[in-house]
Write a protein that binds this ligand. Structure first.
Ligand SMILES: [Cu+2]
Length: 69
């Protein structure tokens, strides 16, 4: 089990959380996602370590910016 944390900027409401959850959820290997618009925190859990760049690209695809936290 591997957990990666990111700090996302630009989220303002529940819809933003849903958008990120939707995009990141499509990344192969992602088991669960915890995301909070309030804190900007994104926590991705996977069976094996994932490439940060893939997660960051998915966040970008959703329309937000993220950095590893
Ligand atoms: Cu929003």
């Amino acid at each position: 089990m591997s957990t990666s944390e990111y700090q996302v900027s630009g989220m303002s409401c529940g819809h933003c959380e849903v958008a990120i959850r939707s995009e990141v959820g499509q990344v192969p290997g992602v088991d669960s996602i915890d995301v909070s618009a309030q804190t900007g925190r994104l926590v991705v859990t996977s069976a094996h370590p994932l490439d940060d760049a893939v997660i960051l690209a998915a966040v970008d695809e959703a329309g937000y910016q993220a950095v590893p936290a």
